[in-house]
Design a protein around this ligand. Structure first.
Ligand code: GLY
Length: 566
């Protein structure tokens, strides 16, 4: 195992200034030999690349990229949210870290339900926007835990680029300026203090976004690691912010937060080993279920994105999401029947009713019969270092710009992850996902996630590192990207670029990307009973394929995503 690397101190200065000076040189070439970073933003990828080039390992780069995204990609990059990291060391050891947010101690099951003339009403605005929407953030603790176990460079060095960019600003891309313009009014209405994302005239491309308060928070994290966030000044700022808006995150919540090393979910698909995230993410279990269905029904024999292919995949997906809604939640609080849900016999039976030429109405699909013994903004990055270690990390504040609450004096956005709980059995969350007891709100419980950071081995070697944002569509985008490579022999970029579609059982819609279906296919799917819902895009993948010693990046052109290597 060679994940540690000693470094001389002069790199400290080198990294912090080099990335800013050379951001203009970023190119979108995606074939490299030694190391690679694919992330949602070119500057964040550049920060990670510089760390790798200067001898850091994949974990050092992951920490640097995570903090960089908290500055340059505020719609999903964060220190006020949480996520999951799946890793594979160069000796084949695999593992995962859960730094998902937790429900605050003062939370309770029906906290978003009130009595009204019509009976019990869900006030789901409160789980989506404002102070009550936030879970206790896990990202900073997650980065510190990753560092303590695997980091090799100086911790301070990993944060320097992010502090620099927050303090002196960075240039917005066209997509970012548009995105900020869409939420400025909301930011203004939720926050009574000045927010760096709001200005009098509209944002435009190349405007410089400066986040002074955020830079000071990052400095505290640089100097005190965990204590720079969960106690001291930052904790004071968070608790004061809570008081302003009836929020419930307390000092005790912050002090108690701890991320957890978890055994990843491991399975097989056509002689490939799949390593993905365990509960409280539904991603790993659902992905293995989907891949089982794909293998059983030989979907690779159909023409890619043909009528039979789309319908068969949609049928598999519906059944998997029906199971998700009933059985999945935080396994520390609810007995998630993990082994049963990925049992071969169970899955053979689960998918046996599928007919490629027929659509089953969703109201005829129920969860499978398990015998008990007793989301759309998120961001993903993939990293491979020159020593052969890989990190697949997905992180989120849930919706775009989370709860829209910016912690006064601390300059970061709080998540709206409480909406990922089932706020009432059968009541859809912002992604239309429904749930029940398994994912009900309880103090300290982690809300169910769809994040699916995944690593794949072929012939015992590292083969693919992948993941994406997209709320409920994360799992199906990862699934279809895997099929694109393994069954349809696409390269990584081609597999990422390929049009995606999604079915999540309820609501009973087939979600397709624009320009996926020709008129004929559209009509034939409708004749089968599909209700088609078009979206401008699905997923924003960041993936790496490793074949014959070559790294190929797949950075989604649907966003500003960029794969950089050397
Ligand atoms: N917040 C999206 C997810 O965790 O699935």
């Amino acid at each position: 195992m060679q994940y540690k690397f000693k470094i001389s101190l002069f790199y400290k200065i080198l990294i912090s200034i080099f990335f800013v000076l050379s951001c203009n040189e970023i190119k979108k070439e995606t074939i490299y030999k030694k190391g690679m970073v694919s992330s949602a933003h070119p500057i964040a990828s550049k920060v990670g690349l510089d760390i790798l080039k200067n001898g850091g390992n994949a974990f050092d780069a992951a920490i640097g990229v995570h903090f960089a995204l908290s500055v340059v990609y505020p719609n999903a990059g964060n220190i006020g949210g949480g996520g999951f990291a799946v890793y594979r060391l160069n000796d084949g050891e695999v593992g995962s870290l859960d730094f998902r947010e937790k429900a605050p101690l003062k939370s309770y099951r029906d906290m978003y339900i009130s009595n009204s003339d019509d009976g019990l009403t869900v006030d789901d605005k409160k789980s989506k926007i404002g102070h009550l929407a936030s879970g206790v953030p896990g990202s900073v603790d997650g980065m510190v835990k990753l560092y303590e176990k695997f980091g090799s460079l100086d911790w301070k060095l990993l944060l320097e680029p992010s502090i620099e960019m927050a303090k002196n600003g960075f240039s917005l891309t066209d997509k970012q300026s548009n995105s900020l313009n869409r939420v400025m009014i909301l930011f203004d209405s939720i926050n009574d203090s000045e927010v760096s994302f709001v200005k009098e005239i509209k944002w435009k491309e190349n405007d410089v976004l400066v986040q002074k308060d955020l830079s000071k928070t990052l400095e505290r994290i640089r100097d005190k690691k965990r204590d720079g966030f969960y106690s001291g000044l930052t904790a004071d700022y968070i608790v004061n912010e809570m008081k302003k808006g009836d929020g419930i995150i307390s000092y005790e919540d912050l002090n108690n937060y701890s991320s957890i090393w978890r055994k990843p979910i491991i399975g097989k698909y056509k002689n490939h080993k799949i390593i993905s995230m365990a509960p409280p993410s539904s991603g790993g279990i659902a992905l293995l279920q989907l891949l089982h269905g794909a293998e059983k029904l030989n979907v690779g024999n159909y023409e890619h994105n043909s009528l039979e292919y789309i319908n068969t995949i949609a049928e598999i997906e519906s059944r998997v999401y029906a199971d998700r809604s009933t059985y999945l939640g935080d396994s520390d609080f609810y007995n998630v029947p993990i082994d049963d849900l990925i049992d071969n016999k169970y899955l053979d039976n689960r998918f046996s009713s599928i007919d490629p030429s027929t659509k089953t109405p969703s109201n005829q699909i129920k969860e499978g019969n398990i015998q008990f013994n007793e989301s759309e903004e998120t961001t993903h990055f993939s990293i491979v270092d020159e020593y052969g270690n890989a990190v697949s990390l997905t992180t989120t504040i849930n919706g775009a710009y989370g709860s829209k609450v910016v912690v006064e004096n601390a300059g970061f956005i709080l998540n709206n992850e409480m909406d990922d709980f089932s706020v009432k059995p059968g009541y859809p969350n912002m992604f239309g996902l429904i749930g029940g007891e398994a994912n009900s709100i309880e103090p300290n419980k982690r809300m169910l996630s769809s994040m699916t950071p995944t690593i794949i081995e072929k012939n015992d070697n590292l083969y693919m590192v992948l993941g994406t944002p997209g709320g409920s569509t994360i799992i199906t985008s990862v699934f279809q990207t895997i099929l694109n490579v393994i069954d349809f022999n696409m390269g990584m970029q081609e597999a990422v670029d390929a049009k995606k579609f999604h079915h999540q059982w309820l609501p009973d819609f087939l979600v397709v990307e624009k320009n996926t279906l020709n008129t004929n296919l559209n009509e034939n799917l409708k004749k089968m009973g599909h209700k088609i819902n078009e979206r401008s895009s699905l997923g924003r993948m960041d993936c790496i394929l490793i074949e014959n010693g070559i790294l190929e990046g797949g950075a989604d052109k649907r966003g500003d995503n960029t794969a950089l290597g050397y």
